[in-house]
Write a protein of this length. Structure first.
Length: 114
């Protein structure tokens, strides 16, 4: 059974930083294109960043230059380093395989507020 366990969220002031982690299990992680998504309750879940098995990450314009996606294939873990956080980054953050039908994890909540 494929599982994703996200962690690292919290409350941070505008301009602050957080590092999210997502541990994947039950799948061939090293061959999967992984992604981070976020969702504000009541809104559609949106892609934030994705990373192929090997190579550079892709970012949506709203986070480009502030967020960095990375992965450790030896640990089946994908990360999201978030800097210069803004209130509009407040959301639940989830990881998953791009284009998959795998169930979503519980996510990790990020709140950016003064």
């Amino acid at each position: 059974q494929v599982q994703f366990v996200e962690s690292g969220g919290g409350l941070v002031q505008p301009g602050g930083s957080l590092r999210l982690s997502c541990a994947a299990s039950g799948m061939l992680f090293r061959s999967a294109q992984m992604a981070w998504y976020r969702q504000v309750p009541g809104n559609t879940r949106e892609l934030v960043a994705r990373i192929p098995p090997f190579g550079q990450g892709y970012y949506v314009d709203s986070v480009k230059g502030r967020f960095t996606i990375s992965r450790d294939n030896s640990k089946n873990t994908v990360y999201l380093e978030m800097n210069s956080l803004k209130p509009e980054d407040t959301a639940f953050y989830y990881c998953n395989v791009v284009g998959s039908l795998y169930s979503w994890g519980q996510g990790t909540q990020v709140t950016v507020s003064s």
